[in-house]
Design a protein around this ligand. Structure first.
Ligand SMILES: [Zn+2]
Length: 114
């Protein structure tokens, strides 16, 4: 269950940012590639468990799953791969390379404003 590790890192990062800004975090937005296979519910659950008793306790997580991208070997087009019909939208070729999945990223932290 790698959500636990991900949640641990997130809480640690948000805590560090919170003390840097001396503010209470209330929300965080993260993004990751689809292949990363983060389970939203499991991540939120793990996050809540780890954040309990810290200033991260009330942080609402927003998780964005980024689409997989591919690069056409025929015309070099970079595009979002539709798994229902995986082909290049520009030239129609099915000969393409899957690009590496987007890593898990903490996009932004929202702090409480006074
Ligand atoms: Zn193409």
């Amino acid at each position: 269950m790698h959500e636990m590790m991900v949640a641990q890192n997130l809480v640690a990062t948000i805590l560090a940012e919170a003390s840097k800004h001396n503010a209470k975090p209330i929300g965080a937005k993260i993004s990751c590639g689809k292949l990363y296979a983060i389970n939203n519910e499991a991540l939120c659950f793990a996050f809540e468990a780890i954040a309990k008793g810290t200033v991260c306790e009330d942080v609402k997580l927003e998780i964005e799953h980024k689409p997989i991208r591919g690069q056409c070997k025929n015309c070099s087009q970079n595009f979002e791969v539709e798994f229902s019909s995986p082909r290049c939208p520009k030239c129609g070729s099915e000969d393409f390379e899957l690009l590496p999945d987007a890593p898990l990223m903490l996009e932004e932290i929202e702090f409480e404003t006074e």
